[in-house]
Design a protein around this ligand. Structure first.
Ligand code: UT7
Length: 325
């Protein structure tokens, strides 16, 4: 049976120029390079310039993804930005990106699922592309987590960074089997009873301020390994494949110990797991497309490979998405 799938046809990423090392952070809070590397695997993070809003990072990544797909902004008919650090309360960062890249009138909106944002956004975009409502979709994860940090809280300020990644999704014809190119299955979850484990203590309708990120780190850690493993198994089942058939796992880059813990729970070969957390720390919704871009550009992930994305974050939200490149 012939079906329309949404295929990833281009990937792009951008990290701001300024690098902040662990040593630099140890000058402002009571921490050390040794503690950060041992507990998280993070070596450094990037920080946006004061006059560089999230949309600027998104635009850089989007332009690279469009170039990789052989498309121009004139082709774009859907823009979804996954972000928890928008330029403004409104309009959406997606509409600002649309203006900056000079895309024509199209569908543009943001998705907010914190660190799971990219998995949610690509699954939402799949609905538009596979049902014929979009022919060239830009799905972007872009974040400036540095804006949400309490720089006196060592348990959070060392963990996060700024960056953006983007993919282009286009419709391709498939046979309705797991051998098809494109998105094959996903699983998305939220448990709102756990909002107090990871949140920002501000917002337009409460404090009227942006607020700072607060996290019960070790509790989030425990949920992460169990929840992510369940989502991966469900997404693989939805795609009609076994977890053991997956060629590449591209996890949310929060903590190397979480990435390892999920891998061990699922019995994954660690050589199939992409990790870039050392270079950019936790960039929330941007971390998956940043890692995907790195592994496609260095030739590890190739056309025809079965790829599984997974993430967990504030909400708590979590999810996974399987696609064939
Ligand atoms: O994107 C999704 C959301 N976020 C996550 O996935 C993060 C999930 N959590 C984690 O990654 C880890 O829980 C952390 C990296 C945040 C913390 O690691 P941990 O092994 O769970 O440490 P802990 O919170 O149990 O703290 C252990 C100790 C504490 O000291 P005491 O009470 O044992 O004396 C902390 O005060 O480490 C201390 N500590 C630090 N020490 C040096 C916490 N942060 C730091 C720091 N430098 N930056």
């Amino acid at each position: 049976m012939s079906v329309i799938r949404s295929a990833v046809t281009g990937v792009g990423a951008y990290l701001p120029e300024r690098v902040v090392t662990n040593a630099e952070l140890s000058e402002i809070v009571d921490t050390s390079d040794e503690w950060i590397q041992e507990r998280t695997g993070i070596r450094q993070r990037h920080r946006a310039a004061d006059d560089q809003p999230t949309s600027d990072l998104a635009v850089e990544a989007a332009r690279k993804a469009l170039a990789a797909a052989g498309k121009t902004p004139a082709d774009v008919d859907l823009i979804i930005v996954a972000t928890t650090t928008p330029d403004m309360t409104f309009p959406s960062t997606a509409s600002i990106v649309q203006r900056k890249i000079l895309a024509p009138t199209c569908i543009a909106f943001d998705v907010q699922a914190v660190c799971t944002g990219f998995v949610y956004a690509i699954s939402v975009a799949d609905g538009f592309v596979a049902r014929g409502h979009a022919k060239c979709a830009l799905v972007i994860g872009a974040e400036e987590m540095s804006r949400l940090m309490d720089w006196t809280d060592r348990s959070t300020c060392v963990l996060f960074g700024d960056g953006a990644g983007a993919v282009v999704l286009e419709p391709v014809e498939g046979q309705g089997t797991p051998a098809d190119r494109g998105i094959l299955g996903f699983s998305l979850r939220s448990d709102g009873t756990k909002t107090d484990l990871l949140y920002v203590d501000g917002g337009p309708s409460t404090t009227g301020t942006v607020g700072h990120l607060r996290m019960a780190g070790n509790q989030v850690f425990r949920h992460a390994v169990v929840n992510i493993a369940e989502a991966v198994t469900s997404a693989a089942a939805a795609a009609g494949v076994e977890v053991s058939e997956v060629d590449w796992f591209v996890p949310h880059q929060a903590n190397q110990r979480i990435i390892r813990g999920v891998g061990e729970r699922l019995g994954l070969d660690e050589n199939k797991v992409v990790s870039t957390v050392a270079d950019h720390a936790n960039t929330s919704a941007a971390s998956i497309p940043l890692a995907l871009d790195a592994a496609i550009r260095d030739g590890r992930i190739k056309r025809g490979d079965l790829v599984l994305l997974e993430a967990m974050g504030g909400g708590l939200t979590w999810g996974a998405c399987a696609f064939r490149l």
